[in-house]
Design a protein around this ligand. Structure first.
Ligand code: CTP
Length: 212
């Protein structure tokens, strides 16, 4: 990947409810950081758009964000001249319609929190994908992994979907290993359980082979 620009997103977004509370998810960012490390080891110029503060892989540029809206801005601007974009982040699908300016007090009764959809960053990148850019998405699937992932691949105009088998005991959040299926228009490849760094290398091997 020498001379190539790679953008990776990592971690879970946090959508504020008030100044002290948010809606979040269990993503730790480990798979995204491992992807950024793998791309850098392969010689790429790497930008990592991250919601977490893990030690940055050497030589990788970090852009810190918190919300889905901030991630949309950071990823779309970094992706404009990128060769490969990997959306490994767990982006919130919904956010509170209103953010309270002061901390919500118990004395005010039980609040009702209205939600609205966030922008789908991967689908937006897919809609405006420059010629030759490779777009990689992630999916958390529990059943019919290949079919659901292929549906996502087509709907979001991605070139590769990394499907996390969330039903597997050695896959997913917080662990150092992962079990994934790589889905392209050509087929599906279920990989054995391996380190998240090795998953990163397998993803870039697949991207290079799809790009031809
Ligand atoms: N994604 C995104 N912007 C969002 C939501 C998701 O870019 N607002 C990206 C994620 O980074 C990931 C992929 O889309 O690459 C996940 O797709 P999604 O449709 O959210 O799949 P699941 O999480 O598997 O959930 P579901 O099947 O319920 O849609």
């Amino acid at each position: 990947l020498a001379g190539r620009k790679v953008v990776v997103s990592a971690g879970g977004t946090r959508e504020p409810i008030d100044p002290v509370r948010f809606i979040g998810n269990r993503s730790t960012g480990k798979q995204g950081y491992a992807l950024a490390r793998a791309a850098r080891l392969r010689g790429a110029d790497v930008t990592l758009v991250s919601t977490v503060s893990l030690p940055p892989p050497p030589g990788v540029e970090i852009v810190a964000v918190t919300t889905a809206a901030e991630m949309l801005d950071a990823v779309t601007s970094a992706a404009a001249d990128a060769d490969i974009v990997v959306m490994a982040a767990a982006v919130a699908d919904f956010r509170p319609t209103e953010v309270a300016t002061g901390k919500i007090k118990k004395s005010g009764g039980i609040p009702e929190i209205g939600l609205e959809r966030t922008v789908d960053i991967l689908a937006t990148l897919g809609e405006h994908k420059p010629a030759g850019q490779m777009l990689v998405g992630f999916a958390a699937e529990t059943s019919d992994v290949e079919r659901s992932a292929r549906d996502k691949l087509e709907r979001k105009n991605a070139d590769l979907i990394v499907a996390n088998d969330v039903g597997s005991p050695d896959a997913g959040f917080a662990l150092d290993t992962n079990t994934v299926t790589l889905v392209t228009t050509d087929g599906a490849d279920r990989l054995r359980s391996m380190s998240k760094l090795d998953v990163g290398h397998a993803v870039f091997d697949a991207v290079v082979s799809v790009a031809g």
